[in-house]
Design a protein around this ligand. Structure first.
Ligand code: F0G
Length: 325
């Protein structure tokens, strides 16, 4: 089974699939209220991007494309690389130099994508690939691609099916604003209307500020974005759902990141923004927080924010000392 169980609501045939979707909805054991965690890290490449990529790459195949390209803070790159490999297509990914998490870089490289490190940020990378794909016959698989949104909307269907009805509130991190757009579309198609609470990182919060941020900065590298492509649709989703869009600090993101890990759930920092926002601003009724990517994507940030490793000499005495302390 996969998200293709919703094939009758999707615009293409499943030509390229890695059995994405059908991710766990886990009830939090420690967070306040009736709070559920949609663990998108359980997708094949470890993020929600696979939902959109299976549909976008299937569409590219149907159209006879030979290559796909994207700008990315890392997860889209990893997913595009994997689905392109699966499909036998060439893939190029443009990422901000030095600003993508190690796991994502490893994935894109291993799947054989051309990884291009732009001396600039995500917004510049996206502007450039848009121009490039206007001029050359390469399929753009960023969330500007409608097929991406179509695939990602299935997460909203799953949430409703898993809960046996719509949640009252859905909390979600917002970067380029494709995913919040997709959830809203999915909920509408399911005649559901939870309040959508979108959260941005304080140093990369254009939607909260109401203007683009030229030099976005945050520990949550996945959402280090200053000029979201789906700006208006995200704001429409928030308004129509009587939701909100707000900012959380890096410290609040890291606190939520550690709290989740302490109940056995490892997501990446950007994903923890959904929980950080819920903790900071509150939520109504049954609440689903979307955990967009797996914690293993970004081991560097994890190790920097956890307790230190304990060194030990190879003797029983020394071991007892550190274990029984
Ligand atoms: N969480 C994670 C882990 C992400 O990778 C992204 C976006 C988001 C949240 C935000 O989703 O952009 O649809 O609002 N990552 C993109 C990428 C930009 O290139 O991987 P959004």
């Amino acid at each position: 089974m996969s998200l293709w169980k919703y094939a009758d609501r999707l615009p293409v045939e499943p030509l390229v699939t890695l059995e994405e979707g059908e991710t766990p909805l886990i009830r939090s054991a420690k967070l306040p209220g009736d709070t559920w965690l949609k663990f998108e890290g359980a997708n094949p490449t470890g993020s929600f991007k696979d939902r959109g990529m299976t549909v976008a790459v299937s569409a590219a195949m149907a159209e006879g494309a030979e290559a796909v390209i994207c700008a990315s803070t890392g997860n889209t790159a990893a997913s595009a690389a994997a689905y392109a490999a699966r499909a036998g297509l060439r893939c190029a990914v443009i990422v901000p130099d030095g600003k993508i998490a190690t796991g994502k870089l490893a994935q894109a490289l291993m799947h054989g994508a051309d990884v291009i490190a732009l001396r600039g940020n995500f917004d510049q990378a996206l502007a450039l690939v848009r121009e490039l794909t206007d001029r050359h016959p390469i399929a753009l698989v960023n969330s500007l691609n409608e097929f991406r949104i179509e695939g990602q909307k299935t997460a909203a269907f799953e949430v409703c099916d898993q809960l046996g009805g719509a949640p009252d509130t859905l909390c979600i991190p917002v970067g380029n604003a494709g995913n919040i757009t997709a959830y809203w579309r999915g909920f509408q198609e399911y005649n559901a209307s939870p309040h959508l609470h979108g959260y941005q990182a304080e140093g990369a919060a254009p939607l909260v500020k109401g203007e683009p941020v030229e030099n976005p900065e945050t520990v949550a590298s996945a959402i280090r974005i200053g000029n979201p492509a789906r700006w208006e649709e995200a704001m429409n989703a928030v308004t129509a759902s009587r939701g909100e869009i707000r900012a959380v600090s890096d410290a609040e993101i890291l606190d939520a990141y550690r709290r989740l890990a302490a109940e056995g759930i490892f997501c990446e920092p950007a994903s923890a923004a959904s929980v950080a926002g819920m903790l900071k601003y509150g939520s109504e009724g049954t609440t689903v927080c979307v955990l967009t990517g797996h914690g293993l994507k970004d081991p560097t940030t994890a190790i920097a924010n956890a307790q230190p490793v304990v060194p030990c000499e190879p003797s029983l005495e020394a071991l007892e000392k550190v274990v029984l302390r």
